[in-house]
Design a protein around this ligand. Sequence first.
Ligand SMILES: Cc1ncc(COP(=O)(O)O)c(C=O)c1O
Length: 358
Amino acid sequence: MINVTKTFLPPQEAYQAVLQRAWETGWMTNRGVLVQELEATLISYLGVKNIIATTNGTLPIQIAIKGLGLSGEIITTPFSYVATTSSIVWEGCIPVFVDIHDKYLTIDETKIEAAITPNTSAILATHVFGNPCHVEAIEAIAIKHNLKVIYDAAHSFGVEYKGKSMFNYGDVSTCSFHATKLFHTGEGGAMFANNKAVHDKLFYHHNFGHDGPEAFQGLGINAKMSEPQAAMGLAVFPYFETILKERKKVADAYKDAFAKSDLQVLKIREHTQWNSCYYPVIFKNEAQLLKVKQALETENIHPRRYFYPSLDTLPYVKAEACVISRKIAASVLCLPLYVGLAAKDVERIINIIKTNLC
Ligand SMILES: Cc1ncc(COP(=O)(O)O)c(C=O)c1O
């Protein structure tokens, strides 16, 4: 069976060797040595000021909303994983959807200002499929209207824009280290804030508000990463450059194969060093997508409809009719892409798709 992705697993001995250190300390959580070592490793690799490792990639979004003191309306993208929208609603705010760019698939920055009202407190945008949003335009709008910016950078580990990690942008950036992501800790995630006061707030929030064992700095929740999670991260990290290279080979094969076809592929924003985290292809319409999906599934190949449905159609939000997002969501399919996907299988996938396009 070929799935859309396959978790990269380091050699089991490598994981056990790191895990052994948790046995030596007797600590399984509460920011033990492995979490601290992982954070230091990632700060240095990513060139970021700060990081807070978390238990998944959803809680950091919720904590960022809480920590930045947001309320009322938050402008957001309808084309992302559901966690982007659900976090806004979970925190008692109202998502206001702005349609996406039809090539980059990120929020259309030229449409943001028209959606701002006196109740708008922030912009929460996703660097979808690792493709950066127009961060300069969004920053300018945020400054002009006194709004906060959160980037859901769940897909952006290893992506650089203008020579900097994506996690340097916005008031807060968040990431997911879920097992399906390029760099992973099984379940896991992180949040990043350049401003020290914001960082400290997020830090307290992620650990019940604890300021030492007997004092509290405000309201908190439990979003701590555990030692076994950090051990997985430390065991995966030495392979990260190989992961990037191997995935690029597959992504390049798809790119070459579809260059002269009718399929639309993702336009990567200029000045971006991309991480080949997903390979979305956009069909002429949903009927064509369903035909190709069925043909692949008959061969036991399982692409995924990332991201479907468009989030402006969720049952718990006000429908905004984001026409481009709905059209893309109905016709996009992410193709299998992972380390170890054989070249002959990539070729087979390409052939099945091409045969079923007409
Ligand atoms: C865009 C986006 N945001 C948030 C998340 C949530 O991350 P997690 O599954 O680690 O909670 C995901 C997960 O896939 C995602 O794709």
